[in-house]
Design a protein around this ligand. Structure first.
Ligand SMILES: NC(=O)c1ccc[n+]([C@@H]2O[C@H](COP(=O)([O-])OP(=O)(O)OC[C@H]3O[C@@H](n4cnc5c(N)ncnc54)[C@H](O)[C@@H]3O)[C@@H](O)[C@H]2O)c1
Length: 252
């Protein structure tokens, strides 16, 4: 394993599970320390506890004060923040007529609002340090239409647009890119596949796998690789880019 992140610090949201937990583990394996933020403190601490020199913190990314205080605490703890991965989020589907404004606002507030709040708070720190890299999380739902998924698709499309705009504003010191994953096996998708498979998770998973060229669903480590690439100097000439690890699903 190379040590691309020696001496560096990553702040990740949603780090108690799934994609961000895999990114936290990879970042740590490659020499970095990680602040694992999650709305579920126990999950954040469980992940961070396995990673040398890392910490787990409770943080609801939809809370302005919560994000401000968590970022300040990470800076106090580590003295620097070199990278941020915004991945906190939840799935919520249904016919649009059934959506209340409150439910819609929560979708937008967690995914888009949380991404905004973390970017806003880490950007001045990264600039003052002379550089940094942020990766936001969209989804293939930002690119293709999916049944009863309009609010999630709206949030994810907005994150992709926000990333492109912010990349210009953050340059030249800070790079901002977005990852738009396909169907990845995590705590978010497993219940969904069980439901779609009529109680049979393997059936639901193989339906999802059949939608892409590679005929398998992704694992969290399939996303950790591209995200850590974007967070590293290997992607030093990339900013404002949308990277789509989806097994080719959006091309067919
Ligand atoms: N799994 C997929 O197939 C897939 C595909 C495309 C995009 N995504 C996106 O990737 C991100 C991570 O999802 P995942 O699949 O790893 O799901 P996951 O459920 O395994 O992990 C999400 C984590 O976010 C945390 N979280 C939820 N709301 C939060 C909040 N308000 N503040 C802080 N933490 C919060 C949860 O507690 C959980 O630990 C999400 O933004 C999701 O929309 C996932």
């Amino acid at each position: 394993m190379t040590q691309r992140f020696e001496g560096r610090v990553l702040l990740t949201t949603g780090g108690g599970s799934g994609l961000a937990a895999a990114v936290a583990r990879r970042y740590s394996q490659e020499g970095g320390r990680v602040a694992v933020l999650d709305i579920d403190a126990g999950r954040a601490e469980a992940v961070a506890g396995q990673l040398p020199g890392s910490i787990g913190l409770a943080c609801d990314v939809a809370s302005e004060e919560g994000v401000r205080d968590a970022v300040a605490r990470v800076l106090r703890e580590f003295g620097r923040i070199d990278a941020a991965f915004n991945a906190a989020g939840h799935a919520d589907f249904g016919p649009i007529e059934e959506w209340t404004l409150e439910r819609w606002n929560r979708m937008l507030g967690v995914h888009l609002g949380g991404t905004f709040l973390v970017c806003k708070n880490v950007l001045p720190i990264m600039r003052a340090q002379g550089g940094g890299s942020i990766v936001n999380t969209a989804s293939i739902a930002a690119i293709t239409a999916q049944p009863f998924n309009a609010p999630y698709g709206a949030a994810k499309s907005a994150i992709a647009g926000f990333t492109r705009q912010l990349a210009l504003e953050a340059a030249p010191l800070v790079r901002v890119n977005v990852v738009a994953p396909g169907r990845i096996r995590t705590g978010m998708t497993e219940p969904l596949w069980k439901m779609r498979g009529g109680g049979d998770i393997d059936k639901g998973q193989s339906q999802a796998a059949n939608l892409n060229m590679l005929k398998r669903v992704g694992e969290a480590d399939d996303i950790a690789g591209p995200v850590c690439f974007l967070l590293s100097n290997d992607a030093g000439f990339m900013t404002g880019a949308t990277v789509v690890p989806d097994g080719g699903e959006t091309l067919i």
